[in-house]
Design a protein around this ligand. Sequence first.
Ligand SMILES: *[C@@H]1O[C@H](CO)[C@@H](O)[C@H](O)[C@H]1NC(C)=O
Ligand SMILES: *[C@@H]1O[C@H](CO)[C@@H](O)[C@H](O)[C@H]1NC(C)=O
Ligand SMILES: *[C@@H]1O[C@H](CO)[C@@H](O)[C@H](O)[C@H]1NC(C)=O
Ligand SMILES: *[C@@H]1O[C@H](CO)[C@@H](O)[C@H](O)[C@H]1NC(C)=O
Ligand SMILES: *[C@@H]1O[C@H](CO)[C@@H](O)[C@H](O)[C@H]1NC(C)=O
Ligand SMILES: *[C@@H]1O[C@H](CO)[C@@H](O)[C@H](O)[C@H]1NC(C)=O
Ligand SMILES: *[C@@H]1O[C@H](CO)[C@@H](O)[C@H](O)[C@H]1NC(C)=O
Length: 411
Amino acid sequence: MHTFNRSASLNRRVLSVGSPRLGRPTVVTRHLHVPIVLGFLFTFLLAISASYIFVVPSLKHTFIGDSISQSNESTSVCDVSDGSWVPDDSYPLYNASECPFAEQGFNCLGNGRTDEEYLKWRWKPKNCAVPKFDVHAVLEWLRNRRLVFVGDSMSRSQWESLICLLMTGVEDKKSVYEVNGSKITKQIRFLGVRFSSFNFTIEFFRSVFLVQHGWMPRHAPKRVRSTLMLDKLDDISSHWIDSDVLIFNTGQWWVPGKLFETGCYFQVGSSLKLGMSIPGAFRVALDTWASWVERAIDRKRTSVFFRTFEPSHWRISDQRIRSCNVTRYPLLEASRSDQHVLADIAEEVVKNMSFPATLLRITSLSAFRIDAHVGNWSNNPSVPDCSHWCLPGLPDMWNEILLYYLLTNHE
Ligand SMILES: *[C@@H]1O[C@H](CO)[C@@H](O)[C@H](O)[C@H]1NC(C)=O
Ligand SMILES: *[C@@H]1O[C@H](CO)[C@@H](O)[C@H](O)[C@H]1NC(C)=O
Ligand SMILES: *[C@@H]1O[C@H](CO)[C@@H](O)[C@H](O)[C@H]1NC(C)=O
Ligand SMILES: *[C@@H]1O[C@H](CO)[C@@H](O)[C@H](O)[C@H]1NC(C)=O
Ligand SMILES: *[C@@H]1O[C@H](CO)[C@@H](O)[C@H](O)[C@H]1NC(C)=O
Ligand SMILES: *[C@@H]1O[C@H](CO)[C@@H](O)[C@H](O)[C@H]1NC(C)=O
Ligand SMILES: *[C@@H]1O[C@H](CO)[C@@H](O)[C@H](O)[C@H]1NC(C)=O
């Protein structure tokens, strides 16, 4: 009975769809697994042969949904963000209770979550395959390298996810340590984990807006307590330069509750921009980021990524009360939220750069995963959380997509 229910519901749920913007949900069921496996090798070879095109962002939109014909697929560019979630029992890839770098707040199973279906989904792009995580290949690839995540707590969870994924391939767990012996906390500005037998580090810098936060300027109106200096990149940015891989994100903090309602307004140069909208300011900040990348980063050495906005799944009642209902299964259809605007802006800014930065376009694929949030299985169950994600879980897929770009582009 249980088995029947599970597979029936999986068949109904499988596949959600690529970018909501493109519409046209496809439905794939378990029966398609064999062709998917066969298609894997084929598309993987195509992906490699076409990989030189991946770095040309302006070509990323040259195909839309069904207009791609099978016959000349090799000339099209794979859009990793267009695809579907398929059930996959080989997930999850690690146990957060056995990974010292998964913070307790994200360890949903460890905090009492009992349903496990949310752990068993894999993102399948329509026109290419994200290779299965191969821990030994990735550990070898990372040897002698420095990989740096910069951003908010979403970056921290991706940082934790990558370390936990990699620790499954390390025999001597003691050889992996935080360089300063720091504990993971919400406010900490720097965390660096070294895999000493492979001579690489994976670091996290907390910079929730990427630009500088400053104190109240002189002669400002009373309500202004601090400003975001949109034309100045965070003052810790000098620490990010000397790295092999840089992965940025920002987005969750660009809301009135974290800005205007705390007395934080925007500033460009010495002038206050009291009327500037949040999306407008976000664009100025990302332009600042983009010109910093062009100026400061050595494109021969460093691969630069920007991860697009991670959608939250709060329900807002008529009384404006937020609630969080984490479900057992992904959504069948994910609607576009207002916050997708921030993903669109990131897309425009990155497309316009001459530096070959790569967008990790995870907004649409994450929008389906209402089942993957922390909910009330955090270390503080009285405050439900429909923003952050369980580990293991969705951030693991963000990392598999990141590694797809890294390992494909460098082979
Ligand atoms: C690929 O297909 C598109 C549309 O079907 C066509 O316009 C284009 O010329 C084809 N390209 C090649 C190289 O065959
Ligand atoms: C994860 O590890 C913990 C501690 O070793 C163990 O108690 C738990 O059963 C494991 N969970 C799973 C899902 O394997
Ligand atoms: C470790 O990696 C660094 C680069 O990150 C390199 O300069 C150094 O030589 C490596 N050490 C060893 C022992 O390979
Ligand atoms: C942490 O470690 C880094 C690199 O080893 C070092 O530069 C930094 O000063 C340390 N920070 C603290 C707070 O100890
Ligand atoms: C939560 O969502 C599920 C599925 O959408 C629904 O059946 C259930 O009633 C919801 N629970 C609450 C408390 O709203
Ligand atoms: C956690 O949330 C679920 C619904 O998402 C609810 O059924 C459950 O009672 C909640 N548990 C606690 C401890 O609040
Ligand atoms: C693209 O970059 C150029 C300069 O590099 C700038 O003038 C232009 O406004 C940018 N366009 C967009 C859409 O950001």
